[in-house]
Design a protein around this ligand. Sequence first.
Ligand code: SP5
Ligand code: ZN
Length: 342
Amino acid sequence: MQIVYSDAHYAHHPQHEFLDGKLIPYQESPHRAEMVLKAAQAAALGEVIPPRDFGLAPILHIHDANYVAWLQRIYAEWLAHGGTPTGAVADTFAMRGLPNRPTNVRAALGYYSLDATTVHMAGTWLAAYQSAQCALTAAQLVANGASSAFALCRPPGHHAHADLCGGYCLLNNVAIAAHWLTQNTAPKVKVAILDVDFHHGNGTQAIFYERSDVFFVSLHADPERQYPYFAGAADERGAGAGLGFNRNYPLPVQIDDAAYLTALRQACADIADYAPDYLLVSLGVDTFGGDPLGDFALSPAAFAHIGRSIAELRLPTVVVMEGGYAIEQLGQNVVAVLGEMD
Ligand code: SP5
Ligand code: ZN
């Protein structure tokens, strides 16, 4: 399978984040993409190609125009208003009960962010833009007949809403690619998104919640105990025309390979019942037992089984990189999934 990758992500390298009240090294580092790329090349998974440029239009089909314009200017504004050059990050959020909506640089950060982990640096917009272009390019490869393609996206995307960044995500890469497939292939195309990142894909769910042509299925840590807390419960089934086209599998702490794969088989059965034309996979490997952000107990062997379950759906498949923070095993775990696909 071809691997779509851009070096632009190197210019997005925040230094720190808060975890459990402590300032720690930023977990979503350039080293992550480097490890995945190296492992893919070592396994001779396929040709590595740069993204094509689809422009802003497919991004603006998913994201709010004011939000996208803000993403492009936030770092320069932050610097101009005395912000530290290491990056702009929200400190105060536009929560319920707070009626004022000023447009100053720090207020806008709090208006467009859902948490304080998404840092904006000089290269952040271009990194996010190219990450989305990678997903679009992989979608086009599959639309043109490839059985699968891998978008080595960084930064990740599945926590980003139409007008919110968060969870290291700025543009929702998988959502942008999914919508592009519905608009640029055949009439009445149906796509399914399978999200296997440890964290619920709240952004993707929100974006497609009222649509029946995009079926979102997610396996993730129960939001009763884990980020993103405020979405991901089993009773979130979609709304309006989208009712029945959203499916969540919240999973318990320390879930093992066997129990996880049982849930995954159910999710894959849901997708088979939906009979989509295309499948997109939000691939996070923070489900690995050794992941510093996760609390699952998956072994390295689980990842080949995950890849096999996906491959058995026999659908044209776009795999989009999301999370995974156990740096040393990250490349092998991703390649174990991809190695099962044609
Ligand atoms: C793309 C992606 O995987 N984003 C994840 C962002 C998660 N950020 C919040 C993490 C809170 C983690 N709490 C874990 C406690 C470990 N001791
Ligand atoms: Zn994650």
